[in-house]
Structures are given as structure tokens and as C-alpha cells.
Design a protein around this ligand. Sequence first.
Ligand code: CAA
Length: 259
Amino acid sequence: MKNHLVLVENQVRPGVALLRLNRPKELNALNLELMAELRDALQALDQDPTVRVMVLTGNDKAFAAGADIHQMSDKSAIDMLRIDQFSTWEQIRRLKKPLIAAVSGFVLGGGHELVMHCDMVIASESTRIGQPEIMLGIMPGAGGTQRLTRQIGKIAAMEMVLTGKPIGAGRAYELGLVNKVVPVEIYLEEALKLAAEIAEKAPLAVRLAKEAVLKAQDFGLSEGLEFERKNFYLLFATQDQKEGMDAFVNKRPPSFQGQ
Ligand code: CAA
């Protein structure tokens, strides 16, 4: 990659690509350049047929301490509107393949909002998750009031957004913000293991299932159920459906080709 604000390694496990945020001195603060590089890398991997699942990580001390405050501090409202930084994030939200976050240390502000763009989260025991924007005289701007509230409910979201105080990994697990909490030595390994497990599944089924789960955040129940049913029927057009069911009937492991 040209600027190396995001390091990319493909096939760290079969079908799994790893992306690492790489501004360690700034605690991986998410400046515009890093986010553009991240978006470009993710979109390229999303199109790469050798990749089935992507894992996004930072380092043990910080996944990311938020959007870059130095880059925003002197901006006017109109500058912010013109820069339109969150359209980049919107493109990340539209990725088709699963994106798993492997987090540790500071996961703050935009850092946590980026994690909420991911589909699953493995956290180290030292993870601190927070929406501290209120301390800066602003508020979350990339899903920290909307996705967070849908995920953990109004009462807990209000506490995080209005106090700005971070929560530990155990509390994040209780609230359903992370799938699993493990010692810092193994959080990345655990995320890669989870990614490898999903990479073995039928890719088209994974893609349509991800799409349907995400719709549950936007749609009412009847619309969501209709959407789900159409994706379910669509999968009967795939060879992988024939393969998966034939393998079950003949008591053998399936081999999915993504067709
Ligand atoms: N933006 C820019 N730089 C940041 C940063 C951020 N969000 N967070 C940390 N840094 C930089 C610091 O400026 C510092 O750089 P220098 O050494 O050049 O001064 C370096 O990273 C290390 O940071 P600290 O010295 O502060 O480290 P610490 O261990 O004492 O404290 C911390 C760590 C508690 C995370 C503290 O850095 C902090 O509070 N950071 C800001 C967190 C924050 O408010 N995030 C929300 C940003 S706004 C946002 O994200 C909006 C949105 O919704 C998208």
C-alpha cells in the first residue's frame, strides 16, 4: 500500500485478509487519509475472489482513539459539510463480505463507531470502549447515537454518550457490544480463527445472510421478513445449496465454491 496508514496482509488464513490501522504514535487516530486508505483497501478485498472474510485490527494499546482531533479542531460547520468525511464510512458500511474487528486498548469515539461498522467483534481484556465526544463539546457523528442505541438500548447509550466515560471489556460484553473477551495475547488469533471458520462457509449464503441481518437495523419486522425470505429463496439458485444439502444427505463434509 502506498502510504502504509493501513497495512494489508492477504491469506493470513485461507480466505482471510487482515488489515491493521497503522498510526501507532497517534493511537491510530482516524484522519481523512487513513480512512480513505482503509476504504480503498476494504473495497479491493471485497472484490477479490480469493478473500472471503476480512479482519480489522489496530495494536494492543489502541484500536483507535477516535477521529483525528487535530485535523478537525479549526474547521467550520461548512468545512465539515464540504469535507463530508462520513461518506467514506458509508462506503465501508456497504461492504458485502464479513468484517470482523479485533480490538484492544482504546476504542474511542470514531474508533468505536468504526467497530460498529464491523459485523463481529473480538476484544482483549484491556479494551476500553467509549464515546467521549461530549468532552470535546461535540457529539458522535458516525453512528454513535444511532447504531449504539439500536445495539444496547436507550438507557445505556445515553450513559455512554452523555458522560463520555469509557466502559471495560466485561461491561461491553454484557451490553452486547463485543462477541467475546479474551486475554490480550490471543485476541487477534481468536478473531482470525472466527474469520477462518466463516471463510469455510458458502460465500453467497454468507453474503446474503449478512445483508439480511443488517436490514434488521433499518427495516420494520414485516419488511425485514420479506427481505429475508427473498434472499433465502435466491440461495436455491446456487450450486453451493445443492452441494450443502447433498453433503448432508450423503453424510460427507461440503465443499463450497461460491457458485
Ligand atoms: N486525534 C488526534 N490525535 C490523537 C487522538 C485523536 N483522537 N487521540 C490521541 N491522539 C494523539 C495525541 O495527540 C498524542 O500525540 P502527541 O504525542 O503528538 O501529543 C498521542 O496520540 C498520544 O496520546 P496521549 O498523549 O493523549 O496518550 P494518553 O495515553 O495520555 O491518553 C487517550 C490516551 C485517553 C486516548 C487520549 O489520547 C484521548 O483522550 N484522546 C482523544 C479521545 C477522543 O476524544 N476521541 C474522540 C474523537 S472525536 C470523534 O471521534 C468524532 C466522531 O464521532 C467521528
